[in-house]
Design a protein around this ligand. Structure first.
Ligand SMILES: *Cc1c(COP(=O)(O)O)cnc(C)c1O
Length: 427
């Protein structure tokens, strides 16, 4: 045994010497390509190294085989796994309360939609039935309605605040109940605990898109969800400069999702993973501040006579207020009700458009969850496919303007909105 070890060490040393000789005797092009490798620092870097490489190299053919077969941990190809991407995925798992030493703790994707489609492709199949919130993100709605339906999967969209309706929708073939912690732009709040019970009583998975309620607001796994998904493009990245998605939750489910991600190829790029992981370091600071500003903003706007309606879970009049209180985290500043506020002025569609146009500080821009406060006139943007009747059925007023509150000072945002509202009456 000891003798073999000595022999193999000598063989390995000989390999290195031989390889070095081959390189030194080689031509200038060969030497240029086969440069010495980057050093591996003995000290752990504080920032996240970006492994901007598509491929990893092996010492032996057997090591190559063993890594590809997941017999030993390691990296082979960045569509499969990449250390920077893993660093990001694990960080999200840690913040969602997943037990880290278990591997893989989370899976990162090129976008939120890649994560959501990866999850459905893993667990749904032809003949499967899915119950999804009627207030689900437009991309998810379209994926289920227009894409996955072609593969024999059937989705029923239900008002998930009506738990009886959810129970009635369950069939023997129901495999997934899919909800969002807070929906956009209605700010509908899901009763995660009750929905998890309905799913589990019926042998289905309960999957939560918690993009609008990242870990400092809510950790859905602690309320019974099997999996939690984020569009990391939003609060996690937080600066509107990177696109990504991530899923974490029960370990055996994550392993299955990894297999599908590898085969479908929607993997996250290392540069994006670096930005998204950096975003996590300030996630609590940013989200707590945005939530606090949103609650002051919502209260101030609800007092303005030109405002017909405010949707914000922090207002006691909101139908999901009590559920939010039970489900969301609190800090010294109170319960964090999210930072999405939907404001509907009197005067219908035209008034909503005029209000959005008059805002100077809040920016007309897509996406949400960044440092800048963003607005959109809901009926002409995210919900443009719906006519007034369909909008009303979805609980959205044609004049609704959605604010994603950012990090500006609350007073500035309020006076911006007041000036815009005042101008409506004069138009
Ligand atoms: C933005 C968003 C998505 C899609 O994420 P992308 O990163 O844009 O693909 C999914 N769900 C919700 C709730 C979102 O806001």
């Amino acid at each position: 045994m000891a003798c073999n070890e000595v022999a193999s060490n000598e063989a390995a040393r000989d390999e290195v010497v031989m390889a070095d000789i081959v390189r030194k005797q080689a031509g200038e092009n060969t030497r240029a390509v086969h440069l010495p490798p980057a050093p591996e620092p003995a000290q752990q870097p504080l920032g996240t190294p970006v492994y901007r490489t598509a491929a990893f190299q092996f010492g032996t053919a057997d090591e190559y085989r063993a890594v590809l077969n997941d017999e030993v941990p390691g990296y082979s190809y960045s569509r499969i796994d990449n250390p920077t991407v893993d660093a990001f995925a694990r960080a999200v798992a840690a913040l969602e309360g997943v037990n880290l030493p278990r591997w893989p703790a989370a899976q990162a994707f090129a976008s939120g939609m890649a994560a959501i489609s990866g999850m459905f492709m893993t667990f749904a199949r032809a003949g499967a039935h899915v119950i999804a919130s009627a207030a689900v993100y437009g991309g998810t709605y379209s994926l289920l309605r227009n894409v996955l339906s072609r593969f024999g999967m059937e989705t029923e969209f239900v008002d998930i605040t009506d738990l009886d309706a959810v129970e009635e929708a369950v069939r023997p073939t129901t495999r997934i109940i899919f909800a969002e912690t807070i929906a956009n732009p209605t700010t509908t709040v899901a009763d995660l605990r009750r929905l998890a019970e309905i799913a589990h009583d019926n042998g289905a998975l309960f999957v939560v898109d918690s993009t609008l309620a990242p870990p400092v607001i809510c950790r859905p796994l602690e309320h019974g969800a099997d999996l939690v998904i984020h569009s990391a493009t939003k609060y996690i990245g937080g600066h509107s400069d990177a696109t990504g998605g991530v899923i974490t939750g029960r370990i055996e489910l994550i392993s299955s999702i990894r297999a599908v991600r590898v085969d479908t190829g929607g993997s996250l790029a290392p540069d994006e993973a670096f930005l998204l992981r950096r975003g996590l370091e300030t996630l609590p600071l940013r989200v707590r501040r945005a939530c606090a500003t949103a609650s002051v903003f919502a209260a101030a706007l609800s007092r303005h006579p030109a405002v017909m309606r405010i949707d914000y879970p922090g207002l006691p009049s909101h139908p999901g207020h009590e559920v939010a209180r039970r489900t969301f985290d609190a800090g010294p500043e109170g319960v964090r009700f999210g930072a999405i506020v939907t404001v509907t002025p009197h005067g219908g569609r035209e008034a909503g458009i005029a209000f959005a146009d008059k805002l100077r500080l809040a920016t007309l821009a897509s996406s949400l969850g960044g440092t800048h406060t963003k607005v959109s006139h809901v009926a002409s943007t995210t919900h443009r496919q719906l006519d007034d009747r369909a909008l009303t059925a979805a609980g959205i007023d044609p004049g609704a303007v959605r604010f994603s509150i950012g990090l500006e000072d609350a007073e500035d945002l309020i006076s911006d909105a007041y000036v815009a509202l005042e101008s409506l009456g004069r138009a």
